[in-house]
Design a protein around this ligand. Structure first.
Ligand SMILES: Cc1ncc(COP(=O)(O)O)c(C=O)c1O
Ligand SMILES: Nc1c(O)cccc1C(=O)C[C@H](N)C(=O)O
Length: 431
């Protein structure tokens, strides 16, 4: 869907330049897009409350319909009845690699290159350490000063422990720095999609630039895994991490995942050498020998209930083509960008499809109050400092009519000034 086709639809109404005329045009567009949406039926695979338009799936994904039953089974049958036998009988032991492979299928990784477990923060720590050890003699980690903060905190910590240096280089300057100063750089560690603006970074280009300098590329896929195709193997990415609770909808605290390119697995030495990553875990040996495959990236006992919830959540992708997810994500964000443009608001998110993830960030000086008013009216997004309203669009459960309705509510709140009384109460996002 191009921006120009969106704009011409508004001309169909009697007075296309009026707010009502624009809204009518957008609604007509949305209805047509929903009618033709090949993913429309996937919405039934999620349980969403009535009266809510959920645009925060880029922070915590909605509840997939199969998860409650999967958890009931995990608790009552697997834990309650099968007890310790579940490690074999229900293959709890195999869950990290089994679920890793399913995530791998969504991010372009062949089986045996992804394991699921622990948090993104822990995976970042382990992956940066692993990257530094794969490039001995090079002590620099390149990281974006605008990365999600945990990425920077962990990079600083591991660099301190290993005597490395974190150089904060904005993503737009990374290729130049790699050309000029590549000899010292061990790894570039960037976010694939910027959590604030929704900008999609040039993963293939920067990965190639890192390789040309002899460095590795580590990508944080938190805001891209499950939202569109990524093709890690095809782009020769070295390492990647991501979380299970955003677009993958694995639930609060869902385990994260790590990808290691096949060519690095045998030499990959994680910092955290827990017994689940041991070659012979039940040998109970005193010394650590890493497992031969990707299982060496496992650490300790995984949070099985969360992991099984994530596994059930991934059923929402059954029979779904990631190319269709991408096409719909772009159509949804195109439409929302057009709608907020009608309201005269400034969008931070790039217009170019090649530079856009699956969220739209809108600036407003009273962002917290505006979001509070939106949430009061059932449109759930969030806020990031200093003045950014974030709206995430998961194509599996958001429709085009939702987009237009969310924008209509936003327009109404701004026009009536209803936001002036509102209080933003989402604890995790209060500044
Ligand atoms: C890019 C990015 N990395 C990491 C995280 C979080 O890591 P963790 O799941 O360990 O809290 C987030 C969001 O919370 C994120 O947006
Ligand atoms: N991980 C989160 C959490 O533990 C509490 C509240 C929100 C989150 C988020 O996912 C925030 C998200 N990564 C962001 O892009 O800001």
């Amino acid at each position: 869907m191009s921006d120009s086709s969106l704009n011409t639809v508004a001309d169909d109404s009697s007075d296309p330049r009026s707010t009502a005329g624009l809204a009518a045009g957008r609604s007509t567009t949305a209805a047509a897009l929903d009618a033709a949406d090949p993913l429309a039926h996937v919405r039934e695979r999620f349980l969403l409350p009535d009266g809510v338009i959920y645009l925060d799936g880029n922070s915590l994904g909605a509840l997939p319909a199969g998860v409650p039953e999967a958890l009931r089974d995990a608790v009552h049958r697997q834990w309650g009845t099968d007890l310790i036998r579940s490690w074999n009988a229900n293959d709890w032991w195999g869950a990290p690699a089994r679920i890793g492979d399913r995530i791998g299928a969504l991010i372009g990784a062949a089986p045996g290159r992804v394991v699921c477990g622990d948090s993104t923060s822990i995976q970042i720590f382990n992956a940066i350490a692993g990257a530094l050890r794969l490039r001995p003699g090079r002590g620099v980690v390149l990281a974006d000063p605008d990365s999600f903060p945990t990425d920077l905190y962990l990079a600083d910590s591991i660099a301190g422990l290993l005597g490395a240096e974190v150089r904060r280089v904005p993503v737009g300057e990374a290729a130049e720095v790699l050309r000029a100063d590549g000899d010292s750089i061990a790894v570039i560690a960037y976010n694939h999609v910027d959590y604030r603006s929704g900008e999609l970074r040039d993963l293939p280009g920067l990965t190639a630039a890192a390789h040309a300098a002899g460095a590795l590329a580590l990508w944080d896929l938190c805001h891209s895994a499950g939202a569109f195709p990524i093709d890690l193997d095809a782009h020769d990415v070295d390492l990647a991490v991501g979380c299970g609770y955003k677009y993958l909808s694995g639930g609060p605290g869902a385990p994260a995942f790590v990808y290691v390119a096949e060519r690095h697995i045998a030499a990959f030495e994680p910092a955290l050498t827990g017994w689940h990553g041991h070659a012979n875990p039940f040998g109970m040996e005193a010394g650590y020998t890493p497992a031969p495959g990707i299982e060496r990236a496992r650490i300790g006992t995984p949070p099985l209930l969360s992991m099984l919830a994530l596994e059930a959540a991934l059923d929402a992708y059954d029979g779904v083509s990631m190319a269709e997810v991408r096409a719909k994500g772009l159509a949804l964000t195109d439409l929302f960008i057009a709608c907020v443009g009608d309201l005269g608001l400034e969008t931070l998110t790039p217009i170019e499809h090649a530079r856009r993830g699956s969220q739209v960030a809108v600036r407003h000086p009273e962002a917290h109050a505006v979001m509070a008013a939106l949430i009061d009216r059932g449109v759930i997004g969030d806020v990031r400092p200093p003045d950014v309203l974030r709206f995430g669009f998961n194509p599996l459960y958001i429709g085009h009519a939702d987009v237009v309705e969310a924008a209509r509510v936003l327009g109404d709140i701004l026009e009536t000034g209803a936001y002036k009384e509102a209080r933003y109460a989402v604890r995790s996002t209060v500044t």
